[in-house]
Design a protein around this ligand. Sequence first.
Ligand code: MSP
Length: 513
Amino acid sequence: MNNRTFYITTPIYYVNAAPHIGTAYTTLVCDVIARFKSLEGYEVKFLTGTDEHGQKVEKAANDADLTPHEFVDKMSEKFRFLARKINATNNDFIRTTEPRHYASAKAFWNKLKENGHIYLGEYAGWYSVRDESFYSETELVNGKAPTGADVQWISESSYFFDLSKWQDKLLEFYKNNPSFVMPKWRFNEVIKFVESGLHDLSVSRTTFKWGIPIPGDDDHVMYVWLDALTNYISALGYPNVNAEDFKKFWPVDVHMVGKDITKFHAIYWPAFLMAADLPVPKQIVSHGWWLNGGEKISKSLGNVIDPLELIERYGLDQFRYYFMREMSFGNDGNFTYESFISRTNSDLANKLGNLVQRTLSMIYKNCNQAIPQIRGDQLSELYKSTPLLIAAAELFEKIKAEFDLYEFHKALEFIFHFVDDINAYIDTNAPWELRKSNQEMMEKVLYVVLEAVRYAAILLLPFIPDSANNILEQIKVPMDQRTFECLNMKFALKSQAIQAPVAVFPRIEDDHS
Ligand code: MSP
């Protein structure tokens, strides 16, 4: 029985526009974490999906001359397709237009109402359709939202959630859970915001129709963020809190979000959940934004990068590697074609790809097309006396420590330092020289190299799964031994025949201009 479970979610994506590298990145990061946890032996639920209601989507449907239903069906499919294209292992995909979500969002509303946290009033204030967010007068900067989005004055009848009453409870909760929001400095921003005072939140709208009708009052549709946040429990079977998935996976382990939507997840969502008598998330993890050549990516600047095009042109694992390696997590990252090409060529093609290729070629040619035979006593001797294997055995703990802090680029840096060490070991021990003088020694050296490659490839599985599996296939690691539990001498490579090696990473010969 597996009782270690892990639940991770991406935000659900607005379907007003096609996916871009920013949205693809959030899904990718979650996939890397989901895979890492699976390899550690957790039962993982990984949820992604689409946020299909609200004024912004309604407007985009109008602009496209489609009904909202036709429009969201078409656009949602693009996000589902992208998740498959980036090899995401999500085992659910939720749409807010699905019946299961309607049932859950309405039940959640009723619960808030029953518990006395919702009342009818009049809203008059600023609203940004782009952010789908209300702003107070004091938050505006030069007449715009703090995000730079345009705002409009709205005045209408509205239901309110009594957010102002939750200030102290939230602050107390934050105090008791110092890692609730990662990175820490983002958490400080959240705490400051709450300390500065919370206003009751308008949670329904009457001036458009594209949303979930409020139970018992069809003139109102639910505020899109209240609707959207509920997706995380709809997918577990809420309101049935005895549903198997709900019991197994709630509270969620990680809600991954971009910096722009941290407030909704770290302030509104826990307040809603507390008000509905439900446990709050264990952690909100907030990442920075991708810029294109230092500039904000936006349709109006015409600098949107299509992830599908990048994958098609340069390869999926090149894409996955670059985005995980280049962003120092939490901060903004800067995409350029030059760094994409040089990073993937240097690390994947030159360092790792060449290493595997030249080692397997030497073995294929000089060791009877088979991984060299190492006796049990020799193996433990090798493990004790070879610094490279000593380092290999210590690598997992180092990587895990970085992973737990969401320092993915550092985890990859460690793995590639290790790949450098393997390359240095070959150069120092020069098996091509030994071939002439000491066949046994040459075989030992080549074996050590391949055994070290086994560690690197298993650790790379969450990041570049196809290529890492390709390497493991070529060095004959059985399918059921491709987990972190096997990162030790007990699962060392056995002597067996190999096929003629096949290059894993083609060099990108493209000076994109
Ligand atoms: N629908 C809401 C989320 C509701 S979750 C209950 C939403 N959708 S979004 O499509 O606008 O954004 C989804 C995610 O993409 C956010 O986490 C956002 O930060 C991320 N990104 C959008 N542009 C980005 C970059 N340029 N770079 C990195 N991530 C970015 O917000």
